[in-house]
Design a protein around this ligand. Structure first.
Ligand code: FPP
Length: 224
């Protein structure tokens, strides 16, 4: 039976969820936050050590200003509200992504990461202003600059995820079958689950179904 160390999630479908209810896309984003909280709780319960959440991509800047502003205010509210809970629950918060363009919330992000740095029960990697292609290019550039050999081990050690094991499971909700520039290097041998449900409709029982399915998957890593 496979053990699960790391789950990564593309939380897609918030906007559509809001619009389906004749409300705004932002209404959907707020509902998505409830799912985030439930999934974090269940990840702890299942003793999974790493949870990576795609909160904002380098491509999401193309969205209307109003939506971007709302997403960042939601994020700020979430971190401020949850910081004590993270401390109490022994949760470490790590931001992965490019720091450029995150100046406004940099101090709160740094504070949260510093405060939770020694926590051990669960590490939440929040992908913010994250783009996988740039992450790989930056890693290779560093190797060239330092005159190091370009190989798998060295590319790995310069990624945002350098101390994080590769995801066992990638979940994308929202009935879309793509990976949208998320962890392209890291998911080479990850089991991918595309879920029909929109993120705010994704429940703990759906998460459990995936976890249970994964346990019995035969992972070959190129072998037979
Ligand atoms: C994708 O749905 C979701 C996002 C781009 C943002 C995800 C944000 C949250 C779940 C809330 C904040 C999260 C944290 C961790 C603070 P979409 O807008 O692309 O939906 P659509 O496909 O229906 O348009």
């Amino acid at each position: 039976m496979n053990s699960i160390n790391h789950v990564a999630i593309i939380m897609d479908g918030n906007g559509r969820w809001g619009l389906k209810r004749n409300k705004s896309r932002n209404f959907g984003h707020r509902a998505g936050l409830v799912t985030v909280e439930n999934i974090i709780k269940h990840t702890i319960k299942k003793k999974i050590k790493y949870l990576t959440l795609f909160a904002f991509s380098t491509e999401n800047w193309k969205r209307p200003k109003k939506e971007i502003k709302f997403l960042f205010s939601l994020l700020e509210e979430f971190i401020i509200k949850k910081l004590d809970v993270f401390q109490k629950e022994d949760i470490k918060l790590k931001i992965i992504g490019s720091k450029i363009k995150l100046k406004k919330i940099e101090s709160i992000l740094n504070k949260a990461q510093k405060k939770t740095n020694n926590n051990k029960r669960l590490q939440i990697n929040l992908a913010l202003n994250y783009g996988s292609k740039n992450e790989i290019i930056d890693s290779v550039k560093k190797l060239i600059k330092n005159k190091e050999i370009i190989n798998i081990k060295n590319i790995d050690k310069n990624l945002y995820t350098k101390f994080i094991p590769k995801p066992d499971i990638l979940i994308r909700t929202g009935n879309t079958h793509r990976v949208s520039n998320f962890l392209l290097w890291q998911i080479a041998y990850t089991e991918i689950y595309f879920e029909k449900k929109l993120w705010p409709d994704f429940k703990v029982k759906d998460y459990d179904r995936i976890i249970n399915d994964f346990k019995n998957v035969k992972r070959n890593y190129g072998n037979i």
